[in-house]
Every structure is written in structure tokens, then in C-alpha cells.
Design a protein around this ligand. Structure first.
Ligand code: PEP
Ligand code: MG
Length: 314
């Protein structure tokens, strides 16, 4: 059934286009572009190729890896995330640093890139070479304050006009700088996996607490709605690339909040497209706006009931 949807447009019943993109990291993931009909790669996790190498890949080796991604993607856009290593994603060939008590909140992602400028420069150089004049979309993970983006841009020193630089919004504090951020970025992608664990102070990998707070809790929905409204007002290109995007009920909610670009793993594209094609966004928007003051633990059951009443395939 889902294979039959592959070439069907991802458009709601009331005519709103929702772009469905693929999350990838291994070269084997790239074949899913054709299998699923994803319109591009919304998140390429560059630390994954680093993790399967036996030493830090050279500029030439990285260029070869990224060039393959471009080659398989063809005309479809690709967003590369710079190295999200450190914390729990330690590269085996890096000198063991002091072990950290809270690795998810420790020395990882852009914090590593800023402290090791040569590493970041090599990665950007490889990406720019691999892009070979095509537009390069590059995003920095775990940006916590605007100045980190400014420093990353300055340190990299080699941003030609074909580079579009964005940030992953996954540290909640960054939303208190949204006006300063949207003036300085080409796009924002919400990393809801990390964003939710920090919003609720609940380790995403610890089953004792990971499911304690719901992705569809009023606080999460209000947070995501605020980001979407600000990006709409400032015409900032916005996407979401965490696991939420691949869950049809959560994806429905995100569309109701204003998200139009969702990036997910390959098996989710069919179910999410089926949901999109059965949805009337106008009705959902007004339903959602009535829920923002809710004191409930979660809006999941209400949203599920909305879907059932309106024939949305979730
Ligand atoms: C996220 O945090 O939502 C995300 C997409 O990044 P990762 O899962 O790789 O941390
Ligand atoms: Mg993340």
C-alpha cells in the first residue's frame, strides 16, 4: 500500500504541501530515497561515517563519502549535520577524555567543533569540495546560544555563497534568542529527540524516565508552536528531524502547528504520507488552538479522537 503512494504528492486534503524528507547516516540509507519517494535528505548524520572508520577520516576520505551522498541524491536537496560526536557518541580512535557524568549535556556536537577548529574546518572543506558548486546545506547540532553560530561561521572562514548555514534547535534555551537567531540563519531544524529530553529534564535513553513525559504534552506542543509561529513571521525555513516527525499522530500535530518540512527514517515516510493525504489542516489548526491552555499530562487522546472523527489515518 505504502509503495503505491511513493509517487503520489504529499499534499493535504485542503491543498497544503508537506515535504517529507529522509534521515540518513550510512550509505546504505541512500537507496531509500528512491524506495520511499522522499524529496531529499533532511538530516545526514555525519558522525555515523566517522564512527565506522578506524581513524579520523582525512579531508579526501570525507570528501569521497559526502560526494557519494550527493551523487545518490541527484537533484534532491541534502542537509548535512556537522559532527555530533562526543558525549555518548565517542569515536573509538579519539583519546579518551575524562569520563563525563552527564554526557548528553557534556562536551559534544558544536562544543567539540568549536574547541577543535581544525576538525571543523576539515569537515567543512570536505563538504564544500564534495558539493562541487551545488548548494551546500550545513547545520550545526546542539547550538545553545547565537554566539556559537557566529563563532562557527567565523572559524570556518570558507563559506562561499553556495553555503546555506542552519542550526538544530535542540537546546530549549535557544528559543529565548529566536529573534537574534532567525536574523542570522538560513534555516532551523528542530531536533525533537534532544529538545524533549532537555525540556522535560528526562534522559531520552533511560526507560525509567524516557516515557514519563509525553511528546504530545501541552508544554511540548506550546514550545513547538512558538517556534513555528516565529519562523512563519520571519519567513525562516523550518523543519523538524527528530523521531516525532515519523509518528503519524505527532506529524499530524506538527502540521497543525505550522510545520511543512518533516524529516524521518525511511519506514515512516509511507505511513506519514498516508496521514498527510487524509488530513484537513484548517480544521486541525482551530482544534489545536483551543488546547493550548490545557492542564493535562498529554493531549494524545484528544488528538487521536480528532483524527478518528475526521478520518485522518494515524
Ligand atoms: C534530535 O535530537 O532530535 C536529532 C535528530 O538528533 P539525534 O537524534 O542524532 O541526537
Ligand atoms: Mg540531537
Amino acid at each position: 500500500q505504502y509503495a503505491e503512494l511513493k509517487d503520489q504528492p504529499s499534499v493535504t486534503k485542503d491543498g497544503i504541501a508537506v515535504n517529507l524528507l529522509l534521515n540518513a547516516g550510512l550509505r546504505v540509507d541512500l537507496m531509500h530515497l528512491d524506495h520511499t519517494g522522499a524529496i531529499g535528505i533532511g538530516l545526514f548524520r555525519t558522525e555515523i561515517p566517522f564512527m565506522v572508520e578506524s581513524e579520523t577520516p582525512t579531508v579526501d576520505r570525507q570528501q569521497e563519502i559526502y560526494a557519494t551522498v550527493y551523487e545518490r541524491a541527484g537533484d534532491r536537496p541534502v542537509t548535512f549535520r556537522t559532527l555530533d560526536a562526543g558525549g555518548d557518541k565517542v569515536l573509538p580512535y579519539w583519546d579518551a577524555e575524562e569520563s563525563e557524568e552527564n554526557p548528553a549535556m557534556g562536551w559534544r556536537a558544536i562544543r567539540v567543533s568549536l574547541d577543535r577548529p581544525a576538525l571543523m574546518r576539515d569537515q567543512l572543506r570536505s563538504l564544500i569540495r564534495a558539493a562541487a558548486g551545488k548548494t551546500l546545506r550545513v547545520m550545526f547540532p546542539m547550538v545553545t546560544e547565537v554566539v556559537e553560530l557566529t563563532r562557527a561561521r567565523r572559524r570556518s572562514q570558507l563559506m562561499p555563497s553556495t553555503v546555506r548555514a542552519g542550526v538544530m534547535l535542540e537546546v530549549p534555551g535557544l528559543i529565548f534568542q529566536l529573534p537574534a537567531l532567525t536574523k542570522r540563519v538560513d534555516f532551523i531544524s528542530v531536533g525533537s529527540n534532544d529538545m524533549l529530553q532537555f525540556l522535560f529534564a528526562a534522559d531520552r535513553g533511560n526507560p525509567m524516565v524516557a516515557s514519563r513525559y509525553d511528546d504530545l504534552a501541552p508544554a511540548a506542543i506550546n514550545f513547538l508552536g512558538q517556534v513555528a509561529r516565529h519562523c512563519a513571521e520571519t519567513q525562516t525555513d523550518l523543519s523538524l528531524c527528530g523521531e516525532m516527525a515519523g509518528d503519524p499522530l505527532a506529524a499530524m500535530t506538527l502540521i497543525g502547528l505550522g510545520y511543512r518540512n518533516l524529516s524521518m527514517s525511511a519506514p515512516s515516510i509511507g505511513p506519514v504520507k498516508a496521514m498527510v493525504r487524509s488530513l484537513d489542516v484548517g480544521a486541525l489548526e482551530s482544534y489545536l488552538s483551543g488546547l493550548s491552555q490545557s492542564p493535562a499530562h498529554s493531549l494524545r487522546e484528544k488528538l487521536r479522537a480528532f483524527a478518528a472523527d475526521h478520518g485522518v489515518m494515524v
